[in-house]
Design a protein around this ligand. Structure first.
Ligand code: ARG
Length: 400
């Protein structure tokens, strides 16, 4: 009796997930492996990947393009939440996992599988995200993670694959571990493991080196409707077009590189290089528009929620009751967040130089220092008397 009968495996075309196919069947007694490759706008050619799964022993090889859903239902809520893990990482990799988990669970139902599988190792966050998201969507489905248990080195994995006709990587495989989708790239390992060493230029792909960026600034206007980005320079774009366009503009100006040491959920600190040009700029612009359109108490209260929200995405709790309650809060907070932000891109910087909104709460007659001033200066005195009263009473008491 094997660990499962029929398994849907999350498939990327890489060595590890390919080796999972014979491994599940030979070592764990699985009778049938169906692979599922998700197209998240990572730019890989998916037909060769589909065929490779079949050549590696899969009975059915599925490819599903979920890029539009990924941007609209996963990235845009994260933008509304200004979600940055540890204040910096825009969560491109983390956001993809709950969506992949969802299509795995759907495929398992459609094909009558009793388990799903993924190729994550036991050291990362992704295994947590998959396992928890899958459990949340279908608690009766088994989750198999061969690479977490097989204990093979890279060389042993390749040798194991060769026994079952899985070609070893043709070119000397990259020293880096790279995850990539339309929202960005996450790069780790190789020389990056030394937290003191500057990342070589070769690790970057979505962003230009500052030395290669234009000398003249680029001005770009981003329009939001109820917290969702909808247009660039006045041109309405679909969510996927909009991310693609901003990746090009921001990346072309060297914006969106992040070099950080982060705290993984499994307790390890890791040095990671991210490139996420569109997400970095969209969160910055969205936050600015909120400062124009939200009342001060709502804006300040929301900051606390945002940190929790980002942590929940990072820690694999996308499908959870707290996350869904926070979604309701964030959605409600966005009803007035419509308007346009003007961004100046120059030499690695994205600088917000203008903002406007029909819902703007910024009142020039209150803010001005000219004689158009409408603010009641005398009212300030009484306000300060009452505001400072507790402090004055306390000071009298202890300083007399
Ligand atoms: N540390 C990031 C995260 O947990 C990215 C991990 C992506 N994997 C990689 N091979 N770089 O979301």
């Amino acid at each position: 009796m094997g660990r499962a009968n029929k398994v849907v495996l999350a498939y990327s075309g890489g060595v590890d997930t390919s080796v999972c196919i014979p491994y599940l069947m030979q070592e764990w007694g699985v009778k049938e492996v169906i692979t599922l490759a998700a197209d998240l706008g990572q730019g890989d050619e998916l037909e060769p990947i589909r065929l490779k799964a079949l050549a590696s022993g899969a009975t059915i090889s599925l490819v599903q393009d979920v890029t539009a859903e990924f941007v609209k239902d996963y990235a845009f809520p994260a933008i509304q939440a200004n979600a940055l893990y540890e204040n910096r990482y825009p969560l491109a990799t983390a956001l993809a996992r709950p969506l992949i988990a969802k299509i795995l669970v759907e495929a398992a139902a459609e094909y009558g599988a009793d388990a799903v599988a993924h190729g994550c190792t036991g050291k990362g966050n992704d295994q947590v995200r998959f396992d928890v998201a899958i459990a949340s969507l279908n608690p009766n489905l088994k989750v198999l993670a061969p690479a977490r248990e097989w204990g093979m080195s890279r060389e042993q994995t390749i040798a194991y694959g060769e026994k079952f006709g899985i070609p070893s990587p043709v070119k000397k495989s990259s020293p880096y571990s790279i995850d990539r989708n339309i929202l960005g790239r996450s790069v780790e390992a190789g020389v990056l493991e030394d937290a003191w060493s500057e990342p070589p230029e070769e690790v970057y792909d979505f962003t230009k080196a500052i030395a290669d960026t234009p000398n003249e600034p680029t001005y770009t206007e981003i329009t939001f409707e109820q917290g969702n980005p909808v247009a660039v320079d006045g041109k309405a774009l679909s969510p996927v077009e909009l991310i693609t366009e901003l990746n090009a503009i921001a990346g072309g100006n060297g914006v969106g590189r992040i070099d950080m040491v982060e705290n993984r959920l499994v307790g390890i600190k890791s040095r990671e290089i991210y490139e996420s040009p569109a997400m970095v700029v969209l969160i910055q612009a969205h936050r600015d528009l909120e400062s124009l359109t939200l009342t001060s108490d709502l804006a300040q209260y929301k900051r606390g929620i945002e940190d929790t929200y980002a942590k929940m995405i990072y820690n694999g709790l996308w499908y959870s009751p707290l996350k869904s309650a926070l979604d309701a809060f964030i959605k409600d907070s966005q009803t007035q967040v419509s308007g346009t932000i003007r961004v100046k891109f120059h030499k690695g910087n994205a600088i917000i130089v203008g903002r406007k909104s029909v819902n703007s709460l910024y009142n020039e007659e209150l803010a001005t220092y000219t004689d158009a001033d409408q603010f009641d200066h005398k009212a300030a005195e009484g306000f300060i008397y009452i505001w400072g009263l507790p402090t004055r009473v306390w000071s009298q008491k202890i300083r007399g």
